[in-house]
Design a protein around this ligand. Structure first.
Ligand code: AMP
Length: 566
């Protein structure tokens, strides 16, 4: 069975295409979204999802979140005694989603379509594919998130001839895509984005405010303590979400038995966020420009990604386009549903017989070249694009280059992604060298071919026609070799994972532990009492009694946490 997976910065989701439609699969807690969080408990057992996220404030050194932002890098996160690469943390989330899907579907799930931000570069995409493989999933396809959202939206509009824009602001990335539906073909016309802009950046504004107000009390902790930072971030997230529903909210954090609190109004927050809100414009303009389209030719603006729930963002969108965005897709679910539609396409589901979708390459790809200045000196580090952004994919293009010096022994290309003329400002993806025969300057031609596949993965081949020499790009940043992948998959499989059937108990206890730390005085004592009561019921091991007690505990916590927003 192939499933569709939205591997998000904050939340992930898995969906399946069955009986002619895409459906989200609930996790073991019955939720449709699984927080992209991993935590180790004191015994080294892995927790994934809500129980892990609830431990972030109470056990920051044992918990990892937002690791999608590190995908493609070799930055390790140490949890307890073990180091994890970002792709390994992602693999643990994927494994958990795979287990949920298998439990729900009653059959093994071995393949997946996994979504990535359109702006993910080659390294980030390859890391995502490895994460899938580490989780024991064959990655059938990497699908751009806004394209997935568009599929979820477009599948119901196939009869119409329409053009729409998908505005996808998630936890860590911002993607814009313009799509057209014409005679059943869904075509991505242009895509643009900012992979350093998301809900987390809005949290940082509030964290900064908290620091400015109270840093004097916290001394060195204000700068150095990760535990304090996690507290502040969680406080910022709570306040920001509350502002999606109300015009003012308390920003409230407990640190070392003291409560720090102030009131943030929606108005003040919006003013504070002006810089970030302005950054939403540029990718929209770029996508319109690249697609040679005018804003008024768009039938609808489709909002995707949890951060588009912010009224400030909705207002910015309304101002930008002079109209209200559409409400027809669920911002948190569209990407996973679209991935399931793609999975349905892959498995040739009859209901999708007529659907064709085309996508584009979201950024320019090219090599560095050198040029001779009029005075004969050399200018190096100039970007020469081979595949321009918004080329329809799959695509293959070749450019020819000439040697620069007499009797040059080899030609080396460094491969870059980006839009700047100066390669230094673009992302280096790897390097490829090829020997050339001794000739006068300019005497040897080297062809460089870029092939960009449907998954957004790049292949580079260089070729010297004169000698027949051929080379293929090797990524040089110490990426794992395939046999290493097997060993790492086994190492991950050897980790003890918390059993699914008791996850709900873990989640509510972790939440209670966080509430204990979040509150002081009577409320804290009350939480301690509730926890002790629940733990004693757990010890009795009577499933019915445990279920009833868990519900009562979570309702009590809802009430306590609810009160803080009043
Ligand atoms: P995604 O990557 O699509 O899961 O989006 C996650 C982002 O959406 C996070 O930054 C969340 O803080 C944000 N988010 C989710 N729900 C809300 C809400 N009700 N109000 C404001 N932001 C939200």
């Amino acid at each position: 069975m192939i499933v569709g997976i939205d591997l998000g910065t904050t939340n992930s989701a898995v969906a399946v295409f069955r009986d002619g439609k895409a459906d989200l699969i609930p996790n073991s807690l019955g939720h449709r979204l699984t927080p992209s969080a991993v935590s180790l408990d004191e015994q080294g057992t892995v927790l994934v999802g809500l129980p892990a996220r609830e431990r972030q404030a109470t056990h920051p050194t044992l918990t990892a979140t937002a690791f999608k932002r590190l995908m493609g890098s070799q930055r390790v996160t140490r949890l307890g005694k073990r180091d994890f690469l970002p792709e390994e943390l992602s693999a643990l989330v994927l494994k958990s989603l795979k287990a949920d899907a298998e439990a729900y579907l009653g059959e093994p799930v071995t393949e997946a379509v996994i979504t990535v931000p359109a702006y993910f570069n080659d390294k980030q995409r390859k890391a995502t594919r490895r994460a899938g493989e580490l989780a024991g999933l064959k990655v059938e396809r990497l699908l751009n998130e806004p394209t997935a959202a568009a599929l979820a939206y477009g599948i119901h509009q196939l009869e119409a001839e329409t053009r729409f824009l998908v505005f996808d602001l998630g936890g860590g990335t911002f993607d814009v895509s313009i799509l057209e539906i014409f005679e059943g073909v869904i075509e991505v016309r242009a895509t643009a984005g900012d992979n350093r802009l998301g809900g987390e950046d809005f949290n940082e504004l509030i964290v900064d405010d908290l620091r400015q107000r109270f840093a004097a009390d916290w001394g060195r902790d204000a700068r150095e303590s990760d535990a304090l930072y996690q507290r502040l971030r969680a406080a910022a997230e709570r306040a920001r979400r509350a502002l999606s529903e109300q015009s003012a909210a308390p920003v409230r954090a407990v640190w070392k038995d003291k409560t720090y609190e102030y009131e943030l109004t929606a108005e003040a927050f919006e003013a504070r966020a002006e810089g970030l809100l302005n950054r939403l414009r540029e990718p929209v303009l770029r996508a319109l420009r690249d697609g040679q389209l005018e804003a008024r030719s768009l039938r609808e603006i489709v909002l995707v990604g949890g951060a588009t729930r912010m009224p400030a963002v909705r207002r910015a969108v309304t101002r930008m386009f002079g109209r209200f965005p559409a409400h027809s897709v669920h911002p948190d679910e569209a990407v996973a549903l679209g991935a399931a539609v793609q999975a349905g396409l892959k498995s040739r589901d009859a209901a999708l017989n007529e659907v064709v979708i085309t996508d584009v390459c979201p950024y320019s790809l090219g090599v560095d070249v050198a040029e001779r200045n009029p005075d004969g000196s050399l200018r190096t580090g100039i970007f020469s694009p081979i595949l321009e952004r918004n080329t329809v994919i799959p695509a293959s293009r070749v450019s020819s280059f000439h040697t620069l010096q007499a009797n040059q022994k080899a030609v080396t290309f460094t491969i870059y992604q980006g839009e700047s003329r100066d390669v230094q400002d673009n992302v280096a993806l790897g390097e490829v060298s090829i020997p050339v025969p001794p000739r006068p300057a300019g005497g040897v031609t080297v062809d460089c071919r870029f092939t960009y596949d449907i998954n957004g993965l790049l292949e580079v081949d260089v070729h010297v026609p004169e000698t027949g020499e051929q080379r293929t790009l090797v990524i040089t940043d110490g990426e794992a070799e395939p046999d290493d992948l097997d060993a790492r998959r086994e190492a991950l499989a050897a980790l003890k994972v918390h059993p699914r059937d008791t996850e709900a108990n873990r989640a509510v206890l972790a939440r209670a532990a966080r509430c204990y730390e979040d509150f002081l005085g009577d409320k804290r004592a009350y939480v301690a009492h509730l926890m002790a009561q629940f733990e004693s019921i757990l010890e009795r091991q009577e499933p019915r009694a445990i279920d009833t007690a868990r519900l009562a505990l979570s309702e009590a916590l809802d009430q306590l946490e609810g009160e803080t927003f009043l």
